[in-house]
Each structure stands twice: as C-alpha cells, then as structure tokens.
Design a protein around this ligand. Structure first.
Ligand code: ZN
Length: 283
C-alpha cells in the first residue's frame, strides 16, 4: 500500500546536509512544523499500514528563487530507504530544456514520475508551451501529478489551480496518466466530472482545508462528491495521498478507511490504482 502524496521537506538528515532546504520549507512551502528524523516519516508509514511513499519535489526557482528539493536531493533521499520511497522529479514546465531535464531525472536518477504545480510555478496546465514536456512524459511512460485546488501559499492565485485547466491536456494526451491533487478542493465535483469524462485522470485524497481529516474527508467524499459516484464510477481513479507533513499520514489513512467505501474499493485506492499509475501493474 502506498501514500501517493508526501513532501519530505522536514527530514532532518537532509536539512543537515543541505541547510537551504529549511529556507525552502519555511519560506516557499510555508510549513512551520519542527524538523523530524527520517525514522519518524517511516514510523508514520508503518503505523498507517503503508509500505511505500511517493516523494514530491517542486522546481520553483523561476518563481520563488529556490526549489523545494532538487531532483538530485530526492534521489539521495530515496537511496536512504529504497524499499520505502518512490521518487518523483520536478522541472520548470516553461523552460525549453524541461523535457530533457525530465528524461535525465528518469534515466540517470531513477525517478518515476513528474510533479508540477501551476499555482507555485505560475503557469496554466493547458499552455501549449508545456506540451513538449507532456509528450516526453507520455513517451517515458511516467505519470504526472499536478497540483489542483486551493493552495495556501500567499502568492499562489486560485485560478491556476482550477482543475478545468487540465482538460486540454487530458484530451490531447489520452495515454498520459495524470493525477489531480487534493481532490481539487473546492472544485471537487468539477474534478469528478473530468474524471468521469477522461479515464486517464486520477485524483488523490490529500485534502484538508479545515476541521480535521475525519470530518473533512467525510464532507468531501460523502456530501460534496457522492460516495456512490466513487464506489460505482471512479473507484479505479482515486489514489490515497496524505499530504504529509502538512497532515499526519495515520490520521488521513484512518479518515479514508472509515469514510464508508467498500473493502474492494479501499484496496484499489490504497494499492491497485497507485501501482497502475506507476506502471507496476498492467490492467
Ligand atoms: Zn502536497
């Protein structure tokens, strides 16, 4: 079982090696929590019954002056616990060499997906300038995880996170597997409609914008998006993500397990859909 949405911004061992990571965590990622040893991250996974976590970097040099983890740093962290971590890459989607950088991150560093964030990287996902990058990701057979929904970052405008901006990409790259994060809250019904229309779209559960994971996930997956819609039509397209360390993995995992989905669907959400996204299984 896999947590498809984590940010290793507070891992103490990495901050000791690369002190600038703390500046990125505080000033770009806007997280105030204390640093944690790697062991805490792995224990969070253990007590949540999860074997692996996807580690997400973000290349924000153009817009924020520094990245939130480089691809090389992600690869270094994966090497500390290779059986537990799946590393993703991030590149500036508007840089002319973005496709080549992505290919090197996959070929040389062993990274297995691409992370983009329109609100933090200040671009529209449907911008034709980004198409060569999608083409390369599709050719490499890797998934693309794209921030959708509200962002807490003060400079991140909401409009960049609206999931309908993903539609041209979904339509023009039917073989590219795309994950919209945070169930695109507050546009969760809109992203559900997109997922119904485009089977190459997945959504993750890494959403917590008020209250606590139990109450928020119940509101999201029972009231905003009918649970039956997920159970009957979208069960192949939802993946578990916690958004650790903004949210404790165990609390998000408990909330999703308790929300009322069938055991079969929970197996898809926590395991099968993530494996298919990563290309670890074929169906
Ligand atoms: Zn996140």
């Amino acid at each position: 079982m896999i947590d498809f949405h984590t940010h290793p911004v507070l891992v103490e061992e990495m901050v000791i090696r690369y002190p600038e990571l703390e500046k990125a965590a505080r000033e770009v990622f806007f997280i105030g929590n204390r640093l944690q040893p790697l062991e805490t991250f792995l224990l969070e996974l253990d007590i949540s019954g999860l074997q692996r976590a996807v580690l997400l970097p973000l290349e924000t040099t153009r817009t924020r002056g520094l990245p939130i983890y480089s691809n090389e740093q992600i690869a270094e962290l994966v090497a500390m616990a290779p059986e537990r971590f799946v590393g993703f890459a991030s590149v500036d989607p508007l840089a002319p060499d973005a496709p080549d950088r992505l290919e090197r991150a996959v070929a040389d560093l062993g990274l297995r997906g691409l992370k983009l964030s329109p609100p933090s990287q200040e671009f529209y996902p449907g911008d034709r300038a980004v198409y060569p990058l999608y083409e390369r990701a599709q050719a490499l057979g890797i998934p693309v995880i794209i921030h959708a929904g509200m962002s807490w970052e003060p400079r991140a405008r909401l409009v960049w996170g609206h999931p309908l901006h993903l539609e041209p990409v979904l339509a023009d790259f039917p073989h590219l597997r795309i994950v919209a994060t945070h169930f695109a809250w507050p546009w969760s019904l809109e992203v559900a409609a997109l997922a119904l229309r485009y089977p190459n779209l997945y959504v993750d559960t890494a959403a917590l914008y008020f209250d606590n994971p139990d109450d928020f996930i119940t509101d999201l997956l029972v009231r905003r998006v009918p649970l039956t819609l997920i159970e009957h039509s979208l069960r192949h397209q939802v993946v578990f993500g916690s958004n650790y360390p903004r949210v404790e993995i165990k609390n998000m995992a408990r909330a999703v397990r308790r929300v009322g989905l069938s055991e079969k669907t929970l197996t898809m959400v926590f395991e099968e859909n993530a494996l298919r996204l990563l290309g670890d299984s074929e169906r």
